[in-house]
Design a protein around this ligand. Structure first.
Ligand code: PMP
Length: 355
C-alpha cells in the first residue's frame, strides 16, 4: 500500500489514471491512442471543450472569464502576467510570502515597478503578512493563495479595489471561493487539476488590451483566447487527464463536496502535530495550509529515523522541501482521508516509542 504525499506532480484519483491508461491503448474506440490523436480533430476539440466547460462550472465563473490551458507551467505565468498586464511605467503590487511568490516578483520587475506589500522572509515565510496597504494606482495585486513549499495559505484576501491576481497552483479547486473576485488566476495542473505539462489560466476579459507592448503571439493571452488554447499544438494528453480529473471532481459533488474532506484531513494531521511534542509544526496557526502541512522534529536527530519508518509504511514524498527541511505532507483533492489516518497512526506510534 502506497500513500502518495508528493507535492506535485502528485496523487491523482485511481479512476483517472485507469481511464487515461485505457485512452493510451484506445481512445474512445477510435483505434488510436490518445498519444496519436491530432489536436485539430473533433475528438480532441470535444476534450478541450469539456475541460473548459467543467472549469467554468466548477468555479462558477461569470461570462467575463476566459479559460485557457497553456504550456510552460505556472513559472511561465510569473512573466506572462506582467508582460500582458503591467504596462511600462506602471506599478503592480505583490505580496512576498514564499519561494514561488519571490520568483513572481523577480519576473515582474523586468516589466514595470513593483510595490512589495509585505514579506514574511524575516521568519522563513512561516506566516502571511496582513498589515499593508495596496497603492491605489497599482494595476493589479498579486498573491500566492497557497505556498506549497512553506505550507502557508491565504485565508483572507488583500483589502483593495485593485484587481487581484493569484497563483493558485497548489490550492485551486480545493475550497469554495468567489473566483469571480479575481482578475486573473493561474495554476500548474500537476496538483489539483490533472497531469503535469499544462497550466490553467482564468482571465477576466476586462484585464486585457490596456498595454501597447509588442508581443510574440505565444505570450499574448488574447491570441490564446482567439485560438481556443490551440494557437500551437496543445499538450493533448495532459489536457485529457485534466478533463478526466475535472469530471471526477464534478461527480464527487464539486468543490462544495471536496472542501469538508480537505478540512477533515488537515484537521486530523494538525491536531496530531499539536498533540505530539516530538513534532513541531512550523507555520503560524491562523495561516496553516489545508493542502501542505510542514513540520520539523523537536529532536532533529530523529528525522532520519522517522523518514525511514515512513518509507517502510509506504508514505511517499513526505520529506520537506530542501529550502525548509523537516517534513511536508501534501494532501490534495485526490488524497483519501485513510492516507492521512495512516500517517497520523504512524506518528502516534513513533511519538510513543521515541517521545
Ligand atoms: N507556484 C506554486 C505555488 C507552485 O507550487 C509551483 C510548483 N510547485 C509553481 C508555481 C511552479 O510551477 P511549475 O513547475 O508548473 O512552473
Amino acid at each position: 500500500m502506497v500513500h502518495n504525499f508528493n507535492s506535485g506532480p502528485s496523487i491523482l484519483p485511481k479512476v483517472v489514471y485507469e481511464q487515461a491508461a485505457q485512452a493510451i491503448a484506445d481512445f474512445n474506440g477510435t483505434g488510436l491512442s490518445i498519444l496519436e490523436l491530432g489536436h485539430r480533430t473533433s475528438h480532441f476539440q470535444a476534450v478541450m471543450d469539456e475541460a473548459v466547460a467543467l472549469v467554468k462550472e466548477l468555479m462558477q465563473l461569470d461570462a467575463n472569464k476566459e479559460v485557457l490551458f497553456l504550456h510552460g507551467g505556472a513559472s511561465t505565468q510569473f512573466f506572462q502576467v506582467p508582460f500582458n498586464l503591467l504596462p511600462q511605467g506602471k506599478k503592480a503590487a505583490y505580496l512576498d510570502c514564499g519561494m514561488w511568490g519571490t520568483k513572481a516578483i523577480k519576473d515582474a520587475k523586468l516589466y514595470g515597478d513593483v510595490q512589495v506589500l509585505g514579506s514574511s522572509k524575516d521568519k522563513n515565510y512561516t506566516y502571511i503578512p496582513n498589515n499593508y496597504t495596496v497603492d491605489a494606482d497599482a494595476v493589479y495585486c498579486h498573491i500566492t493563495s497557497n505556498n506549497t513549499v512553506e505550507g502557508t495559505q491565504q485565508h483572507e484576501w488583500p483589502d483593495t479595489q485593485v484587481p487581484l491576481i493569484s497563483d493558485m497552483s497548489s490550492d485551486i479547486l480545493s475550497r469554495q471561493l468567489d473566483f469571480n473576485r479575481f482578475g486573473l488566476i493561474y495554476a500548474g495542473a500537476q496538483k489539483n487539476i490533472g497531469a503535469a505539462g499544462v497550466n490553467l489560466v482564468v482571465v477576466d476579459k476586462n484585464m486585457l488590451g490596456h498595454n501597447d507592448r509588442s508581443m510574440p503571439p505565444m505570450l499574448d493571452y488574447r491570441q490564446h483566447i482567439a485560438n481556443g488554447s490551440m494557437l500551437n499544438t496543445p499538450p493533448v494528453f495532459a489536457v485529457y487527464v485534466c478533463m478526466l480529473t475535472l469530471r471526477w471532481l464534478k461527480e464527487m459533488g464539486g468543490i462544495a463536496a471536496i472542501e469538508p474532506i480537505n478540512q477533515a484531513k488537515a484537521d486530523l494531521l494538525y491536531q496530531a502535530l499539536d498533540r505530539l511534542p516530538v513534532f513541531t509544526p512550523t507555520v503560524a496557526k491562523e495561516d496553516r495550509s489545508l493542502m501542505n502541512a510542514v513540520w520539523i522534529m523537536e529532536d532533529a536527530t530523529l528525522e532520519a529515523l522517522f523518514l525511514e519508518q515512513c518509507k517502510k509504511e509506504g508514505m511517499i514524498g513526505i520529506k520537506g522541501h530542501r529550502s525548509v527541511g523537516g517534513f511536508r505532507a501534501s494532501m490534495y483533492n485526490a488524497m483519501p482521508l485513510s492516507s492521512v489516518q495512516a500517517l497520523v497512526q504512524l506518528m502516534e506510534h513513533f511519538a510513543h516509542t521515541h517521545g
